[in-house]
Write a protein that binds this ligand. Sequence first.
Ligand code: ZN
Length: 309
Amino acid sequence: MRIGSVEGRATLIIPGTGPTEDISGIDIQTASHGRFSADTLELLQEWEDLRQWASTVDLATTPVHRVKRNLLEAPVAQPKQIFAIGMNYSDHAAEVNLSIPTTPAVFTKFSSALAGPEATVALPTASVDWEVELVAVIGIGGHNIPRESALDHVAGYMVGQDLSERELQFAGGGAPQFSLAKSYPGFAPTGPWITSSDEIADPGALSMVCSKAGRVLQKGTTKNLVFDLPHLIEHLSSVVELYPGDLIFTGTPDGVGFGRSPQEYLVPGDELVSSIEGLGEIRQQFTPWIGATASADADASGRSTVTLG
Ligand code: ZN
């Protein structure tokens, strides 16, 4: 089951559509005659019932809409919490000259940074970097979740980009500004939809690619995670309660611009394509940040285009 968001409404994405074409979708609330909500956060609380229903939808009698990919929004627009993990691939830790953490390096991406899978992002500086990441969506929440049953709490997976402004990230000396530097408007595009966890046999063996103008920048696999997803869920939930819809950005493999010699960053006109096996792809175009007093229009609804005035 694939659940996307179109005009703020949860939409069942019909399988079998190509990666670059317009896709087809079914408005869940309408097609279920109100049995299910249009709000994905509510759907995550009855995910199994939704899966049952989705498996029985009769495509011959249900209204199906063509959906332009650039109208897809962030599948979870307003999660209570967003977690992200730094240096969670040994190859990436090495390229940025940081040691492999002995405990997960946790920060947040603020929800105002969320954007849709085809979001255009304005570059605030000349040192914005890319990080393709597997993003887990929590279904059943909980506190003190043991790693043995941790994956039972995952509703599904998405592709994410942990866009990062490297200058601010390391500013301030002793306490790096990871959370702020990774939360400019549009810095957390996710999608293209939630792929339910039953369709992913092993989240610890997914290949991922990030490329720009056909040039592969990152090529990795979640086999190389330092702390795998069950470990992360156990660790996070040993401190905070996890809620339905919470997102976990699990870290990025090597190949980021900061670790290159010479260093390389995104420039206006670039298009970044990030994909993960079985989950689809997200696509970001980059524009100049207009004006020093820019006020972001992008909000947690994850509109597909981030406009700056
Ligand atoms: Zn990251």
